[in-house]
Design a binder for this molecule. Sequence first.
Ligand code: 5AD
Ligand code: SF4
Length: 432
Amino acid sequence: MSKSLFIETLGCAMNTRDSEHMIAQLQEKEGYEITQEVREADLILINTCSVREKPVQKLFSELGVFNKKKKPSAKIGVCGCTASHLGDEIIKRAPYVSFVLGARNVSKITEVLHKDKAVEIDINYDESQFAFDDFRSSPYKAYINISIGCDKKCTFCIVPKTRGEEISIPNNLILQEAQRAVNKGAKEVFLLGQNVNNYGRRFSGNEEKINFTELLRRLSKIEGLERIRFTSPHPFHMDDEFIEEFAKNPKICKSMHMPLQSGSTEILKAMKRGYTKEWFIDRVNKLRKECPEVSISTDIIVAFPGESDEDFADTIDVMKQVRFDQIFSFKYSPRPETEAQYLPEIDPEIASDRLSYLQALHTEILDEIQATSLGKEYRVYFEELIRDGYVSGRSDNNLVIKVKGSEELLGEFRDVKITAIGRTILTGEILA
Ligand code: 5AD
Ligand code: SF4
């Protein structure tokens, strides 16, 4: 009889890919099948995120719930970034946890499974870290790691401590993985790394050194591959060559994530982001000049230690100038092992007010942007069946669009005219 696996994945796309890899290993080597029911599972995995404190606190309450619901023989494993940074403390606080597996150690899933109370959280380089399985949670889109780890020193960020040094994966392995995904029917690849456009800085051995722009050029030559997306690029590494390739290569989707973090040059300096407000705006202007149809998303942290009203006004100013299509915004959350952790925090009420103000402003901007989509036509790649007889997909510039339809649209491209707008999803009709 097969064993069943319940897996919960939190955090970013890197974690999604790590989960895919663990699922593949457990299926191939241990005969596990996925279940959506905690009560039925023989193995329960939580793939955690540690970028802010709240999800870390929630982990322990969630573990308690899983422990109550689970079969007596079932094992619980904690994986991912919180596993990396808390290590054996997790087993001390929740002794029923069977093993702890860090974000950089997911390839060891089938080893730790058989060791009681194993804690694998080494962040040193090891080749097996980039031999990822081909299992994909979606047949239409292939997530592919192009680098692992992060060498930046952003003073708020725990990731370099959980995912270790940045190593680029040799380009021939990436190209082969993309080709295999296309052979299996995926028409889109989604390249993953903490700083994708820093690709090529450091390889494991004497690998051919190419930069991200060249990697994009080579990938786009794969026949049958129609769309290339990636996350996250770093504004500091957005040189003209990269922006020009992005604009002119028809296979690269016209959607760019540009994590601003703050609009104040002073705060950017304190965050060690490596760019100024002016550089960021200059890059946006260059991007929009070369590629007017691009949609731009961003990450913003409010109330970083020392953020004055003037600093926050600079963030608002950038918001108004750039008019981002999407924002992910957060209150600063002090993290262990980061440079900023001991800096005096901003009054939590001021932090909440700033976040609400920023989000309300963005909602206004978004409503205006979405309204301009009405009646427009987009080429949509359909990926998901949703409720009430609709199928959803994305336009090249990352709008989520639904149309009436069924399975036969999945994995297909169609031209769609927008007939109704909404904040998170647009409705359209397929053009004959
Ligand atoms: N506090 C709040 N937000 C953070 N992020 C990273 N670290 C922190 C922190 N300590 C945000 C950044 C990053 C996104 C993934 O999470 O905006 O781009
Ligand atoms: Fe991803 Fe960062 Fe969260 Fe780790 S801490 S899961 S790298 S967002």
